[in-house]
Ligand binder design. Sequence first.
Ligand code: IMP
Ligand code: MG
Length: 386
Amino acid sequence: MNSIVIGLQWGDEGKGKIVQKLSRSHDWIVRFSSGPNAGHTVYHGDTKMVHHLLPSGTEKNFLFIGRGTLVDLETLNSEINEISKIYPDIKERLFISPYCRVITPIEKWQDGAIERMKGKKSVGTTGRGIGPTVSNDANRIGIRLFDLFDEEHLKEKVALLAKMSDFDGKSVSDALLEQFKKIKDRISEVNVKGSVLFEGTQGIMLDPMYGTYPYVTSTPTIPSFAFYGSGLKSENHEVWGVFKAYATRVGAGPFPTEVFGEAGDALRKRGSEFGATTGRPRRCGWIDLPQLEYASDVSDVDHLVMTKADVLNGLEKVGVCTAYDKEITPYDLENVKPTIEYVKGWKDLESSEFSDFVSIVERHLGRRVDYISYGPSEGEIFQRKG
Ligand code: IMP
Ligand code: MG
């Protein structure tokens, strides 16, 4: 059985840890979308690692960065160096599709320039060049890893890109080639045998087509993209939808259940809600059931995993959004007023109040919550009884 792990909110649901747990029962861990904007925090024993491009596998997995992933060679190389200290054989287990699009400094500069141009309407991107790499690619002027095998061809392509900026094409190509040397022997499509775990990134609400456009990322986060973005087939798979017991969002855009002021700061502090990629403070709010229902439906999830439930331990009351004031189409959540109901808080996850909270979520979503995660390390998770 293959698995697809995705986020049901705005990213940062704790997918990395769930991927790590499920990695034990899969042979391959595969990335199929986004790029170094992602930040999956995984503890390998006592060592904390933030995976931006490397799939969050463990000691036995083969890792594949599929063609739908945007690659920043510098980030990739520094991540390989870092994780080699934990798994010295990691490079032999890693394969990178030659079809992957390459992020150059030109796209990173464009990312900032477009954000500045938008002013108040800026998205609050991670600045990793994601949007421009996708748009240059759609304009058929993007760079693929394939292009780096032929120096002259690469230089020509980079020179064209450089025309849109003040960059010196030659120094951009030279830097790319220098980084490319280090992973050249890992570039290959794969012939997968065994089971695959497709590691999703960000969350459904950041999907460019299903999320809160235009406040979204630029590559799909929806599970069906796993196949398109990896080139792999799957006859049998289950979708694991991961969500937090509350909600966070980093960057701009509608967030109906956002909690402001001291109460919001308190949630941020309890949950250490600061971006794994950019360090930015995340906006925090209550769990949003209509939003989760939408996200679970469009992704057709088979399993639900609730994370960071322990963060709310000891609160007197916990907010739950149970309805909006209107029907929303398109599903951009603009100007929506949430109905927030407060339920009694819980002392710890054994308390009946916590169980009641999970039941409210399950009833609203019409789906069972299979697992509850209560801490960053792999063992801190339990299966829901009943
Ligand atoms: P971009 O993906 O850098 O273009 O950013 C677009 C939007 O997605 C911004 O609001 C980012 O904060 C958000 N975003 C991108 N990647 C992540 C992630 O991994 N976690 C949470 N938010 C993200
Ligand atoms: Mg993250």
